[in-house]
Design a protein around this ligand. Structure first.
Ligand code: OAD
Length: 231
């Protein structure tokens, strides 16, 4: 079965994960070389860790900000942005926190798991962009520690983001899942909304995942190559 072509669709949803950014040099989370192999998330990526030792958590995130800032979007990010420009009904939903979709020209990106490049003050209930590397200040002007505006383990997803994602998925005519292991919920289950609404479905990954059965087309290989094969 040859892969579907973007030209035949107008309401495309790209649902992306760390595999898309791996070709930019950003490590994935799972598998060999994965971030959660080297770091225990309970010490670096949950609210409890932050409350216990904010400096340690910030050291980890500052290091990640520096690593991501040194990377560039790849052909996959760029192709997705080109398709979005050509087809305004296109939506990008990502689990990535690296900001590479926007740097490649993607717009209105739904960042399900937040962003490395936003910080928030939970005391003042404020959120702002911060792209400084290293972080100019880890504290808010009120004196409280800022925290990355990231959905850490055990955090809830933004209801607003979930609604936006669901609306796009309900009306999609093509859903393309790219480079995600499909093990983190509720994100992993979102593409099902598009499938149940009748969208043509494609999974792009190096290997099978626990959610592969959901997809009509299972394309195996590098994300950028396989996206090009659909163009
Ligand atoms: P994972 O690291 O769990 O999975 C990455 C997936 O990408 C794997 O299935 C790989 O096989 C695949 N992959 C790697 N390189 C690829 C390539 N060049 N082309 C195609 N596929 C490739 O990453 P996610 O599924 O994104 O949470 O992880 C989900 C969430 O878990 C993340 O958003 C993160 C993490 O904890 C936060 O950052 C809050």
């Amino acid at each position: 079965m040859s892969p579907p072509k973007f030209a035949d669709f107008s309401r495309i949803v790209f649902f992306t994960g760390a595999g898309l950014s791996s070709e930019s040099g950003i490590p994935t989370y799972r598998g060999s070389g994965g971030i959660w192999k080297e770091y225990n998330y309970e010490d670096y990526a949950c609210q409890r860790a932050f409350e216990r030792d904010p400096e340690k958590v910030w050291d980890f995130h500052d290091k990640r900000r520096a690593a991501v800032a040194a990377c560039e979007p790849n052909d996959g990010h760029r192709l997705i942005a080109v398709i979005q420009r050509a087809k305004p009904g296109t939506t990008i939903i990502t689990q990535n926190i690296d900001g590479l979709h926007a740097r490649a020209g993607g717009v209105d990106v739904i960042e399900l798991h937040g962003s490395l490049w936003r910080v928030r003050c939970d005391r003042e209930r404020t959120i702002r962009d911060d792209t400084s590397v290293p972080m100019a200040s880890r504290k808010c002007t009120c004196g409280a520690y800022l925290r990355p505006d990231i959905v850490w383990f055990e955090d809830a997803l933004s209801v607003d983001n979930l609604r936006r994602a669901e609306r796009a998925l309900e009306r999609a005519d093509l859903i393309v899942s790219i480079g995600t292991s499909g093990v983190v919920y509720p994100a992993a289950d979102l593409p099902r909304i598009a499938v149940q609404a009748g969208a043509v479905s494609v999974e792009i990954n190096l290997e099978d995942t626990p959610v592969s059965n959901l997809y009509q087309h299972r394309l195996r290989g590098k994300a950028s190559d396989l996206l090009k094969s659909m163009a």
